[in-house]
Ligand binder design. Structure first.
Ligand code: FUL
Length: 479
């Protein structure tokens, strides 16, 4: 009788104590499900292809004859095969760049593939690329330049109608597009149906973006919209593929709009107290230009340069959108392919063996409840995390390796479903009988890769120095 009573008491105590250890409350804002999926993609490709490829230009004026578009051996299967092998998850195609030439036979203009020499006007690049992506398991995205230097009505309400019609046309054909790119370059000189003049537009009001976005959302509520101001993801503020050392996924977009001047720093680092979750996307080209130019064949970024860009984008919690422009055949040039392959090889070599997987991980944890144990950091499960008690914004984790190893990288990930929290942290290693500092950094967010001078050790200490609320970390890796 007594024994049964004691057991019941213990059980109820356990129940009440486990009840008390609730999960940390989210620090707002938090990402949407679609944004979380986007974060996890990490590597996407941009593909710039149009009449510019054949006229050797970066920005077509809009008066190019559509006839010039004539790839001799168009093969998007080659693109997706190389991209997939290199680890890319999605591809965004310039369906229309600033020159207005459409890579699909739009019924709203003659300025498209249907007036080109390619396949006697019967070809459809958008269709073929979307299909190749689908077959390869890559997500497909659309870039449709708002600025159109060909269209006679650009600058007037009539053009907005045209732009929306084209969006409707594309989304009827490709409803599951994962990302839609709205470029910030807007207005200037152009052909404009023969008037050859400069047209200025008010970037804030001309496009009436809310109406346009709603139109797309009706077809695809999950879509990620890119523009300087989001609302899905923001421009990183440069075209070097580098997000700030400090990178907040949060920003307040009410005063932002695509093309607004002087906001590069804000876009690059975000705002710790931003009211919306709008992460930065790092767009950069594998070549100096966005479009293919034979004279740049020797200037393709090396695998080492791409790896460095990776550390400054993905390694700082952002996503890398790497442009690889097809040549006049309609294929990735050999040099670009070589670089992509070298990049993948380097990633595989540098991040070959995660030493943390076999390590002993210790730290104080939330309410001594195993749900928040530091062992969650190395269980390979993105849904489990280590957390401290509310109000404890400083905390250390020690990682003990089974033997001495030379280490080069520490990878950390916050459980961003509960918001971005960490403001700064440090890394120390045990050497000569004491802790020695090897690195310090600021934000973590989706992922932080800390590169350190190779050092031999069997113990690593990561200390969260400041955070907006108790740290909630889902993953630690050591290479
Ligand atoms: C810029 C454009 O003007 C470039 O041509 C390119 O498309 C790049 C990704 O965005 O704003």
């Amino acid at each position: 009788m007594k024994k049964i009573y004691l057991m019941a008491l213990l059980a109820s105590c356990f129940a009440c104590s486990s009840k008390k250890v609730t999960a940390p409350e989210a620090v707002l804002p938090v990402p949407t499900a679609a944004q979380l999926t986007w974060h996890d993609m990490e590597l996407n490709a941009f593909v710039h292809f149009t009449t510019n490829t054949f006229t050797d230009k970066e920005w077509g004026y809009g008066d190019e004859s559509p006839k010039v578009f004539n790839p001799t051996d168009f093969n998007p299967t080659q693109w997706v095969t190389e991209l997939k092998a290199a680890g890319f998850k999605g591809l965004i195609l310039t369906c229309k760049h600033h020159d207005g030439f459409c890579l699909w036979p739009s019924k709203y203009t003659e300025h498209s593939v249907k007036s080109s020499a390619w396949k006697e006007g019967k070809g459809d690049v958008v269709h073929d690329v979307a299909e190749a992506c689908q077959k390869a398991g890559l997500k497909f995205g659309i870039y449709l330049s708002p600025w159109d230097r060909n269209h006679k009505a650009y600058g007037s309400p009539e053009y907005i109608e045209y732009y929306r019609n084209q969006l409707k046309e594309l989304f009827a054909l490709y409803p599951s597009v994962f990302e839609m790119w709205f470029d910030g370059a807007n207005g200037g000189d152009g052909y404009y149906g023969g008037s050859r003049e400069a047209r200025k537009i008010n970037g804030r009001s001309y496009y009436d973006w809310p109406t346009t976005l709603d139109l797309v959302r009706k077809v695809n509520p999950e879509i990620i919209f890119f523009s300087d101001a989001g609302p899905g993801v923001r421009w990183v503020g440069n075209e070097r593929g580098e997000v700030g050392e400090t990178n907040w996924n949060t920003i307040s977009s009410d005063t932002l709009y695509a093309g607004k001047a002087g906001i590069e720093n804000l876009l690059n680092q975000g705002n710790e107290n931003g009211e919306q979750w709008i992460p930065a996307e790092c767009d950069v080209s594998i070549r100096p230009g966005w479009f293919y130019h034979a004279k740049e064949d020797s200037l393709v970024k090396t695998p080492e340069q791409l790896f460095d860009i990776y550390l400054k984008s993905v390694g700082r919690g952002s996503l890398l959108l790497l442009n690889v422009p097809p040549d006049r055949r309609g294929q990735f040039h050999e040099n670009d392919v070589k670089s992509l392959q070298g990049f993948r090889k380097l990633l595989n070599e540098e991040f070959k063996t995660n030493l943390a997987l076999k390590a002993k991980v210790t730290a104080d944890y939330r309410g001594n409840d195993e749900t928040y144990s530091p062992m969650n950091l190395t269980d390979g499960n993105a849904e489990t995390y280590w957390a401290t008690n509310d109000g404890e914004t400083q905390a250390s984790v020690e990682i003990e390796l089974p033997k001495l190893e030379i280490i080069k990288y520490i990878v950390l990930q916050e459980y961003i479903k509960l918001g971005q929290r960490v403001k700064s942290f440090s890394v120390e290693v045990w050497r000569d009988g004491q802790w020695q500092p090897v690195a310090s950094a600021t934000t973590i967010g989706h992922k932080r890769i800390v590169k350190i001078n190779p050092v031999e050790t069997d113990k690593i200490k990561i200390t969260i120095l400041a955070a907006k609320a108790c740290p909630v970390i889902s993953n630690v890796e050591v290479y």
